[in-house]
Design a protein around this ligand. Structure first.
Ligand code: AN7
Length: 370
């Protein structure tokens, strides 16, 4: 009897300890590194703390002892890295007394802004390029209750418009020109160093507006200055060939790519992204549509589902593999969840998919090879 009580009290204490260890969201986890104060109302969906997963089949593919990690940021609450920035941007907007937020978006920013604004009791307006936002992202913005304005124009036009609206009217802009966005997003670099004990030699990341590559570089440097890592990674930014203004150092008027998240011709963080690349001795490279899809499938073979824009990081890694030294560490950032873009998945896979089958046991087991 005594024994039983002991066991129960042990289990109880473990449960309470575990609940104390619950991930508090990235603002609480990294508050010493973030511009918040005691009166900042923290608007959180427990974002951050996403897994860093070894990519074993990719490692076989590349060889030479190179260690590859996938930072699966598609596991954030709304399915993309945008939540890292949005928890900060919306918390600060609320602190400043803002009642409404606005953004332009290729999809993920609008989903994230809609969710965090709803949680903060604020109104969200999102401008999107009509017909060029993946279904999952649009569904999210609608369900989280944003007011969706789909324009006959691309992302760059939408961004120009929201910048002008935010100048003229009392509404907070939550695109990555909002400095709090990058502050939140830099925490992904902290998580990588916290887990690996040091920065990797290489960071491969898809680039659209250039916000995330800037934020990662900021995060790596802050930890470097705090002596939490002795090295800094080379920042490798990848754009889709049809939307590659940073690669060719030239504005793209009509950007095109299957990776609609990065269908951006005039990146708003152009200068900062170039600085991150130059200061880290990294580089920008373009990846083709078929390279993106090939990488998308290879990531699927790891048991991981990301959206096509995110696969650009792995497509890029494959492209630059000869530059990697033996036994070096690479982190590829998977920025968004595969469920965001079911059309891309259905149209681009090598799966065996039998349809319109008779529900006949004999036929089906025969089909299965028995
Ligand atoms: C999955 O949602 O610009 O270089 O409006 O959704 O920081 O712009 C999305 C960008 C990479 C590029 N991967 O990041 C938007 C938007 C995914 C993305 C990027 C985006 P940035």
């Amino acid at each position: 009897m005594k024994n039983k009580t002991n066991i129960i009290s042990k289990i109880k204490s473990r449960l309470t300890n575990d609940s104390k260890k619950e991930w508090p969201g990235l603002i609480n986890a990294y508050k010493d590194f973030l511009p918040i104060n005691d009166s900042t109302p923290i608007v959180s969906l427990k974002e951050g703390n996403t897994p860093l997963i070894r990519a074993k089949s990719l490692e076989k593919h590349i060889g030479r002892g190179v260690k590859i990690y996938l930072k699966y940021d598609g596991l954030n609450p709304t399915g993309s890295f945008k939540d890292r920035g949005m928890t900060m941007a919306i918390s600060k907007a609320k602190e400043e007394g803002s009642k409404a937020v606005i953004c332009a978006s290729t999809g993920n920013t609008s989903a994230s802004a809609a969710a965090y604004a709803k949680r903060a009791g604020m109104k969200a307006f999102v401008l999107i390029p009509d017909g060029y936002v993946a279904q999952g992202k649009l569904a999210q913005a609608l369900v989280y209750g944003a007011e969706v304005l789909a324009i006959n124009g691309n992302f760059d036009k939408a961004l120009e418009m929201v910048q002008s609206i935010a100048e003229d009217y009392p509404i907070t802009l939550v695109n990555s020109v909002n400095p709090y966005r990058l502050q939140g997003q830099k925490t992904a670099a902290f998580e990588i160093i916290d887990e690996l004990g040091e920065a990797p030699e290489w960071l491969c990341i898809p680039v659209g507006n250039g916000g995330n590559i800037t934020a990662y570089w900021m995060g790596f440097n802050e930890y470097f200055n705090q002596k939490k890592t002795k090295k800094l990674p080379k920042m490798m930014g990848f754009q889709a060939l049809g939307s590659a203004p940073l690669v060719f150092n030239k504005l793209v008027k009509n950007p095109e790519t299957i990776a609609t998240a990065i269908r951006i011709g005039n990146p708003v963080n152009w200068k900062k992204a170039v600085e991150a690349k130059q200061n880290s001795l990294g580089s920008f490279e373009a990846v083709t549509e078929s390279e993106i899809i090939e990488a998308y499938k290879l990531i699927g073979e790891e048991g991981i589902f990301c959206e096509p824009a995110s696969a650009a990081s792995v497509a890029g890694l494959i492209k630059i593999q000869k530059n990697l030294s033996d036994n070096s560490k690479v982190v590829c950032v998977l920025t968004g969840n595969g469920l965001k873009d079911p059309d891309c998945a259905i149209n681009n896979n090598d799966a065996v998919f039998h349809t319109k089958l008779d529900p006949d046991l004999n036929k089906i087991s025969k089909l299965m090879g028995f």
